[in-house]
Design a protein around this ligand. Structure first.
Ligand code: OAD
Ligand code: ZN
Length: 382
């Protein structure tokens, strides 16, 4: 299977253009539906502005660790249809239920699935956020459509835009975020079964997560290969790095075709490690956490449905994703699948660093997390 969306690349290009044009309207609509939603949400704004939402269960889900910075997290509290009971009920909030499961040892084979949103706080843009996302800021490359920059056919014809972007985003220039270090803390405690990342920034490695616990689903800059048909010669990372940084187009010394870092492009297959690991991992998983991804790219997005039917799943993201028609076994935050299905999906809307700090706080790991983040920041500012 190759990486792609449900639709063809051409459809995608059209959709993207449409999406870019509609950004404002969509933002408005998103605002409306959030405001008129019938579900009870508990929005917590802390600590600079007082919480205006009544706290039904009395547990302030605020982040005391982020001193001074305004933190807004919304822990979704669905009004479940009659007959639907939640696996996560009984605690103050879904996040408390998640923390309790970890603390009680019920969750000890945790899978984290991550996307570009866990690295935006490090200064790396995500792809699809209106305005700030990479795909909205590629004008200077005059691409036929934004995703062309990661599309093999286009790259063969015009490799320059990708190499320019690769130089800008090259690993080593950014520090891991609280979200990366939260994953590291899970690993340190033996609770992390695997971290599946779509990111190519290597920040989970930089945070100290062992490479055996990481699956880089869309590849990485670690190696590079010639894309000439029948060649495929491997090149070391230093070799390609040097060329990318000196604005040379890296070419194979055997066949003179382009040499590309092993980042998965649209139309390419995902790394073998991805397919080797998913079967065993998702069958064994006892808690899933999805952070900072729009869940728009397959096959990664459908992994959400690969955990057992009563495994709790937590989404931490700025926007609700992974539900509805395009996601057959995706999230069901509101119990719409009815009483026959186990309700086990939790949603925390907001910045993943804030949510990770809050969760760490509930687990008694807040200080350790803050220390790791401060250490990384001190190191990059040296
Ligand atoms: P997207 O840009 O599609 O989605 C990022 C998601 O993270 C969005 O839903 C944002 O709202 C959210 N987000 C951004 N910053 C956040 C933050 N600080 N806290 C919480 N949420 C935040 O990025 P991906 O889903 O990772 O492929 O994109 C998937 C793939 O599409 C990428 O791997 C890339 C791209 O084409 C390749 O480059 C090979
Ligand atoms: Zn070659």
């Amino acid at each position: 299977p190759t990486m792609g969306h449900e639709s063809s690349v051409d459809d995608l290009a059209r959709d993207l253009e449409e999406a870019l044009r509609l950004d404002d309207k969509q933002a408005d609509r998103a605002g409306d539906s959030a405001a008129s939603g019938s579900d009870a949400e508990s929005t917590h704004t802390a600590p600079s502005s007082p919480d205006s939402t009544p706290e039904p269960e009395g547990s302030p889900d605020t982040d005391s660790a982020a001193a001074g910075a305004p933190v807004t997290l919304t822990v979704h509290r669905p009004l479940l249809p009659a007959g639907v009971t939640s696996l996560l009920a009984g605690a103050n909030s879904a996040l408390d239920a998640i923390a309790e499961r970890i603390q009680s040892g019920m969750a000890k084979r945790i899978i984290v699935m991550a996307g570009a949103g866990i690295s935006t706080a490090a200064g790396i843009p995500d792809f699809r956020s209106p305005g700030s996302g990479l795909y909205a800021n590629l004008q200077k490359y005059t691409l036929p459509y934004p995703e062309a920059i990661f599309t093999l056919d286009y790259f063969r014809k015009k490799p320059k835009p990708f190499y320019v972007l690769a130089k800008e985003l090259y690993p080593g220039q950014f520090a891991p975020t609280a979200s990366h270090f939260f994953v590291k803390l899970l690993a340190q405690r033996g609770l992390l079964l695997r971290h599946y990342t779509q990111n190519i920034d290597c920040l989970e490695r930089a945070a100290g997560v062992e490479s055996s616990l990481i699956v880089e689903a869309h590849g990485s800059f670690h190696q590079a290969h010639c894309i000439g048909s029948g060649c495929g010669k491997e090149f070391p990372q230093d070799w390609i790095r040097e060329r990318i940084f000196s604005d040379q187009t890296p070419r194979c010394d055997r066949c003179s075709s382009l040499v590309k870092p092993d980042i998965t492009f649209f139309g390419e297959g995902l790394p073998a490690r991805f397919f080797d690991m998913i079967g065993g991992d998702f069958a064994a998983c006892d808690m899933l956490t999805v952070m900072g991804t729009s869940l728009q790219v397959q096959p990664f997005a459908s992994l959400v449905g690969d955990v057992g039917p009563s495994v709790p799943r937590l989404l931490i993201n700025r926007e609700r994703v992974g539900e509805g028609a395009g996601h057959p076994r995706g999230f069901d935050f509101d119990g719409r699948r009815g009483a026959g299905a186990v309700h086990r999906d939790a949603l925390v809307l907001g910045d993943c660093d804030d949510a990770c700090r809050l969760l760490a706080d509930k687990l008694g790991w807040a200080e350790e997390l803050a220390g790791l983040v401060a250490g990384a920041q001190a190191q990059t500012s040296l």
